[in-house]
Design a protein. Structure first.
Length: 300
């Protein structure tokens, strides 16, 4: 049953908007874009602050639109899982038509805002929505390769900020993309591990082997190693204007070892708790890495 007008309040509308756009996830994605933007600026001017605001607002709109489309497509699946059954659509607080309208409006606003920054930024924003909704979402119930497909739109935000600041997609933006691309795998496989039983109710495939076994845990370790290597590439001096000093690279390396330790612990224990811990560590890792990159830029 949909909400009646008498039960709709400003607070309920606000909370449902947060839920349909997955505000927590959207804000973290926007943070990645802001980090890339700051890294891509040769120097900061007052006018850049307004560009940054457009990037943040446009980025939120694009992520929110992707999440809203996703929840429309997966409304029946969401109703089967404990962690998603209280979302606005399966819980009956919002109709699919309203959610689609919100998603379309956010898409239009987001593309316009990003286009006013530069056309390339709008193009990558549009690509991320298309990949997330048209490829990643339907593949989740078909194959575990959905994580690989989803890693492409998931890796766009960090490099999107650089493109917004510079207007160009080069080795620098490509390196930022690579870092966040490899990060997706241990992060989402850890989620797929500790939510395995819930995902199983909806026949969603997340883990590379389809099981919570040593094979999956080993791949998590391997992709964590690739993540560490990708994160250290800027210290070698081959990534154009994107550069890390040796001291910053050491800190990034230690962050990587920290995450690797928890990946190895998951391999040893293979428990939902160790997987959840790895997921939390991965979130801290990518956030701290971006902060290290920014601080290093302004200190050198």
């Amino acid at each position: 049953m949909q909400q009646t007008l008498s039960t709709i309040t400003i607070k309920s509308v606000y909370l449902d908007f947060k839920a349909i756009t997955k505000a927590g996830l959207a804000v973290s994605v926007v943070f990645s874009s802001i980090a890339g933007f700051v890294l891509g600026l040769p120097e900061f001017h007052t006018s850049d602050f307004f560009v940054l605001l457009k990037l943040a607002a446009g980025g939120y709109c694009m992520v929110g639109a992707s999440n809203a489309f996703n929840q429309v497509i997966e409304k029946d699946i969401d109703a089967l899982m404990d962690r998603t059954k209280n979302r606005p659509i399966p819980a009956g607080r919002m109709s699919s038509n309203v959610a689609v309208a919100i998603a379309l409006l956010l898409t239009i606003i987001g593309i316009i805002l990003l286009y006013t920054i530069n056309p390339k930024t709008a193009m990558f924003g549009a690509i991320s929505i298309f990949l997330y909704t048209s490829l990643y979402t339907p593949l989740k119930t078909v194959t575990s390769l959905s994580v690989f497909v989803g890693a492409f739109p998931g890796a766009i935000p960090f490099m999107l900020g650089w493109v917004a600041a510079s207007g160009e997609f080069g080795i620098e933006a490509g390196t930022l993309f690579l870092i966040q691309f490899f990060w997706q795998f241990p992060h989402f496989w850890a989620i797929g591990w500790f939510l395995y039983e819930d995902y199983e109710k909806a026949s969603i495939f997340m883990l590379p082997t389809g099981k919570k076994d040593k094979g999956t845990a080993l791949q998590i370790i391997l992709y964590t190693v690739w993540l560490i290597i990708a994160s250290l590439l800027p210290v070698l001096g081959f990534t154009g204007q994107l550069y890390l000093t040796p001291w910053a690279a050491l800190f990034v390396f230690l962050l990587g070892i920290w995450m690797l330790v928890y990946a190895i612990r998951l391999y040893q224990l293979r428990t939902p708790k160790s997987a959840r811990t790895l997921m939390l560590v991965s979130v801290a890792y990518i956030t701290l890495l971006q902060l290290v990159y920014i601080v290093d830029k302004f200190l050198r």
